[in-house]
Design a protein around this ligand. Sequence first.
Ligand SMILES: Cc1cc2nc3c(=O)[nH]c(=O)nc-3n(C[C@H](O)[C@H](O)[C@H](O)COP(=O)(O)O)c2cc1C
Length: 310
Amino acid sequence: MVDLSVRIGSLELKNPLIAASGCFGYGVEYADVVDLSSLGAIVSKGLFLKEREGHPAPRIVETPAGMINAIGLQGIGARRFIDEKLPELRARRATVIVNVCGTTLDEYVEVSKMIGDAEGVAAIELNISCPNIKEGGIQFGCSLTGTYDVVRAVKKATRIPVIPKLTPNVTDVASFARAAEDAGADAVSLVNTFLAMAIDVETRMPKISNGVGGLSGPAIRPIAVRMVHECRQMVKIPVIGMGGISDARDALEFMIAGADAVQVGTANFVDPFVWTKILSGFADYAERHRITRLADIVGTVRHETTPSRT
Ligand SMILES: Cc1cc2nc3c(=O)[nH]c(=O)nc-3n(C[C@H](O)[C@H](O)[C@H](O)COP(=O)(O)O)c2cc1C
C-alpha cells in the first residue's frame, strides 16, 4: 500500500489531490457524486465579506483544450458560507480550504478572521489573483509589495495556515512566491487563470460579457508546470500546483516539477468522476515505480542530458 499523505506546512492531507476553487462549488453540491472525505482537501469558491452577483452571462466559453471564464466571483459571502455550507462539509468529513477574496486589505483581514474562527476550516487560500474583477484582488497579486502586505496582514489576523494563490499574469512568478514566503505564508498555490480573450468574428463581439476572462484547462498546463518548477527553486515553503490537470499523469508531472500537492479545476466540469481515477492512477504509478511514499517524487525532475549514442 502506497502512502499518499502529504504535508502542507502544519496541515497533513491524506493525499495530494485537492478540488480547485470555483470548479467544485462549495463542495456540498458534489457530495452525492464524490466522497468528499476521500480528497486531500476541497477549496471553496472565492468568498468576500458580502454576497456578490458576478458578471452577466455569457460568463464562460469553450476554447481549444480549455475554457475562458469571467464569472466575476459570484458568491454567497463569508457569513452565509459559515452558516449554510460548513456544517454539511464538517458532517461529510471534508478537509476544507476557504478561498478568501477582498477588494481592500481590510476586507481580506476581516474575512480571514471570520473564516479562521469558524469551526472546521483547515486553511485559507488567499485569492490575490482573480483576473476577472477590477477592484482589489489581482492588484495585490501583481505587486510584490501588495503581495507582501496582504499576506503579512492576514497572517497576523489568523492562526490557521495561509496559502496565497499566485497569478501567472506576471513576468517572474517566483519573485511573488518569495514575497509571500517572506511575509510568512505557509505555502503558495499556483496558477490562477491566464488573462485571455475570444471574439465572435460574425458579430465582432467578445464571446463573454466581460470582454476578457481567465483561460484554464489543458491548454495552460505546460506553462503552469514551468511556473511551479520556478517557484519550487525559489522558496522553501510547500508549493501547490495546478493548471490543466486531467489525469494522474498530469498531476504527477506537477509533483515531479516541485508541487507538494495539486489542484484540479476545469477537468471536473468534463468528468465529475475524475477524482477516483486520479487517486487510483497514483496507486498504479507508485506500484509500477516501487514507490512507498508518493511525496518522495516531489521535485525529482532530472535535468541531466542522456548521453548521445553517436
Ligand atoms: C469557472 C471557474 C471559476 C473559478 N473561480 C475561482 C475562484 O473563485 N477563486 C480562485 O482562486 N480561482 C478560481 N478559478 C481558478 C481555478 O481555481 C484554477 O486556478 C484554474 O482554473 C486553473 O486550473 P484548471 O486548469 O485545473 O482549471 C476558477 C476557474 C474556473 C474555470
